[in-house]
Design a protein. Sequence first.
Length: 115
Amino acid sequence: MVGVHHVAIGVKDVPEAIEFYGLLGLYPLPRPDFGFPGAWLQAGNQQVHLLQTETVPPGAENHYAFHVEDLDACLAHLEAHGVPARQSGRITGAGKQAFIKDPSGNVVELNQPDR
């Protein structure tokens, strides 16, 4: 195995999700027409694939994390755009963490690892 290529996330509104994930620096990529709405986004060296669904999102135990360089700056940027966050503080071995929800209710962890 080389690493994670992409994570697929179910969302209720693809354009709204693209806008939300754009706040985190993800940007759209070309996507083949699979016959259903979705989008592919670049996230550093990995991708996030958005798939439109009406399924209720899973609980917080099913989440994914983005590595951020400066959690405080990221949270200030999100707050300025009306995105609330729950911050966990520093966790030994894991660094600083915060949790947000995308517009479909998916839990997203923001992680600034200890150096």
